[in-house]
Structures are given as structure tokens and as C-alpha cells.
Design a protein around this ligand. Structure first.
Ligand SMILES: C[S@@+](CC[C@H](N)C(=O)[O-])C[C@H]1O[C@@H](n2cnc3c(N)ncnc32)[C@H](O)[C@@H]1O
Length: 327
């Protein structure tokens, strides 16, 4: 038999989505081996249909993305993200995180809620695997900063592996639910931080590991770039960054002036792109080294490329709370 994390992982890897129901998860758990599970996904019509679109990126054209802008424009875009996600958190908190129609509305059954939080364990396992490939082992004296913790889906698992977690989100509505979830799980080593403006991010310091998944991609490219730069600048010497974002979108284009002029308010989940070259510039400018970058299928779009980056900050890790290497 395979685990539920294996099944949820296969949905994300092969179909780029969450399981549509508890029943399908239960059905797939009956596969005798992981190989068998993966074969089923590879042979499914849905995977084949997706592959026709998403596995032809080689001849995709260049895209135009404005990454630099002025401070006031940056804050104006940050405020738009803030309003969008606060409204999403008030109306559709679970759905806004997991994108599964079963999670519409503010209330879900205890069973669905447990399943929701269980999916976060998979993200923790991925973090550990990625770091292991670079010879890095987490140790309990280390500290973590999570950007965009949402409802605390991954935070509660991060809390098991770190001495202290600073978990930040732009939406007070999401944070209020994260606080309840952490209390229910008996977690007491997480500090929740509301990011009301770009300046607040610059004040977050003293973390050995930076973690962020399915967050940056919801911010206009200049905001993504400014946030990432700030966080990597503040990462402890010898610390590690693990983050996911979209680096390409077919037909994606971004210009600050047209975005500000055409933006409409509402609870919309926007998807944005920060080109890989811009991400690499930030990594190098902040004194980090790229350890691994992978296409991860997490962006949610079939015509885009989502990537997970693992980077290490130059310098010697602090003795207590440093990043341990296994070799
Ligand atoms: C799709 S949810 C993912 C939540 C969490 N990372 C997870 O995987 O469960 C995106 C979260 O990112 C938050 N977010 C979006 N932009 C942000 C920003 N610039 N700073 C902090 N949080 C942000 C949203 O409020 C929301 O809670």
C-alpha cells in the first residue's frame, strides 16, 4: 500500500492539482507500490492531455516582464495583493490555499480540515529531500522564516523541525485561522507576523532557513523581486533558502503602468511570473549560491513553468542554529 502523502504528491506531480475528493485518495492508497501508483497516473487521460500542452516549452518565445519600479508603485501593488488576499481569506480561506472546490466557503468538516493540514506534511518532506540532495540536514536548534504561511498548512510541520518559526502573511484573515490551527495542534514555537507593507519584510531577521511555496507567484513581478531580495539579504550567514515561484508563462507580459491602470479589485487569485534570470540575479546579488533548481509543476498553469530553488547564503553558519551539512 502507499501513503496518503504519496497519493497527494502524485496528484500534484502528474496532474498539477489537489485530489478532487477524499474517495479518490482512499482508492489510490490501495495501489500495492508507488511505482504502480505512478504508472496509473502516467496512463491517465488527464495526464496525457496535460502533457501535450505542458511538455513543449522548448520553442516558447521570450516574454517581456518589468521587474524594477519606484517605491510608491511597489507599495501600491503590495496593497492590492493585501486587499485581494484579505478578501479571499474572509470568503474562501481553504479554497484560496488548496484550490479544491470541496473547500469552498469559510467552514469545512473536521475530516476535510484534517486532510487539508495533512497535505502540508508532504511539503515538509519535499523540503527535507531537497536539502538532503545538497548534503544539508535540518537540526532542532535551527530557526525558520516562512513567507505566506496562509492557514498554517505547512507551518505546523515546520514547527516540528525548528526551534522557532517566524511565519508571515499579508492577510490577517488567513493568519487568524493559522493561529487557531496552531493552537489546536498544540504548537507553541511559531510567531505569526502580519505583513502590512514592504517595510515590515525588511525587519524580519535571524533565520537559518527561508521557506515559501505557492506565495510569491501571486505578487506582481516587482513585488516578488523586492520581497525575495529583502529576505535573502536578511537570511543568516550559511543559511538556506527554499522557495517556489513561476519563472515563465506562455503569453505572460507585465508592465507596471498598464497593470496599475487596468487592475480591478476583488478576490481574484492572480498568477505572476518572475523570469529565471531575475531570480538568479537576486540570488547572486545577495551573496547566495544556487544549490538546486527544479521544475516542480506547482504553479497551477499548464502553460507556465514553476520552479523550486534551493540556495545557500555565503558565510559561516552560527554554531547554534547553523545549517548542518551531512557531508
Ligand atoms: C495559496 S496560499 C498558500 C499558503 C501556504 N504557503 C500553503 O502552502 O499552505 C498563498 C498565501 O500567501 C499569502 N501571500 C500572498 N502574497 C503575499 C505576500 N506578498 N506576503 C505575504 N504573504 C502573501 C496569501 O495571503 C495566502 O495566505
Amino acid at each position: 500500500m502507499v501513503s496518503r502523502a504519496d497519493v497527494i504528491g502524485a496528484y500534484r506531480l502528474f496532474l498539477d492539482r489537489e485530489p478532487e475528493s477524499e474517495q479518490v485518495v482512499e482508492d489510490h492508497i490501495l495501489h500495492p507500490t508507488i511505482q504502480d501508483l505512478h504508472r496509473t497516473f502516467l496512463n491517465s487521460d488527464e495526464f496525457k492531455a496535460r502533457s501535450e500542452i505542458s511538455f513543449k516549452p522548448f520553442d516558447w518565445p521570450p516574454i517581456t516582464v518589468q521587474v524594477e519600479t519606484s517605491g510608491p508603485e511597489l507599495q501600491a501593488m503590495f496593497d492590492m495583493v493585501n486587499r485581494q488576499w484579505t478578501q479571499l481569506g474572509q470568503e474562501d480561506p481553504y479554497f484560496s490555499v488548496i484550490g479544491d472546490p470541496n473547500y469552498r466557503g469559510t467552514e469545512v468538516s473536521d475530516e476535510l480540515r484534517d486532510t487539508f493540514y495533512e497535505t502540508g506534511r508532504y511539503e515538509m518532506d519535499r523540503l527535507i529531500s531537497f536539502l538532503a540532495r545538497s548534503g544539508i540536514a535540518l537540526t532542532p536548534d535551527m530557526t525558520c522564516f516562512e513567507l505566506g504561511c496562509g492557514l498554517g498548512r505547512v507551518t505546523r510541520w515546520l514547527a516540528e523541525h525548528f526551534r522557532q518559526v517566524q511565519a508571515a502573511d499579508i492577510s490577517g484573515a488567513h493568519l487568524a485561522m493559522a493561529e487557531q490551527a496552531l493552537r489546536r495542534a498544540g504548537v507553541s514555537n511559531v510567531t505569526l507576523i502580519r505583513l502590512a507593507n514592504i517595510e515590515t519584510i525588511r525587519t524580519i531577521r535571524n533565520f537559518d532557513v527561508f521557506f515559501s511555496v505557492i506565495v510569491l507567484q501571486h505578487n506582481p513581478p516587482p513585488v516578488m523581486a523586492a520581497i525575495l531580495r529583502s529576505i535573502l539579504e536578511n537570511l543568516n550567514p550559511g543559511g538556506v533558502g527554499y522557495f517556489q515561484l513561476q519563472t515563465y508563462g506562455l503569453d505572460y507580459e507585465f508592465r507596471v503602468d498598464s497593470y496599475l491602470a487596468e487592475h480591478t479589485e476583488g478576490p481574484v487569485i492572480e498568477m505572476h511570473v518572475l523570469p529565471q534570470e531575475a531570480v538568479l540575479d537576486i540570488i547572486y546579488d545577495t551573496g547566495c549560491k544556487l544549490l538546486e533548481v527544479r521544475e516542480d509543476g506547482q504553479g497551477g498553469a499548464t502553460n507556465g513553468i514553476s520552479q523550486t530553488f534551493v540556495v545557500r547564503k555565503a558565510g559561516v553558519a552560527r554554531k547554534a542554529g547553523g545549517v548542518g551539512k551531512t557531508h
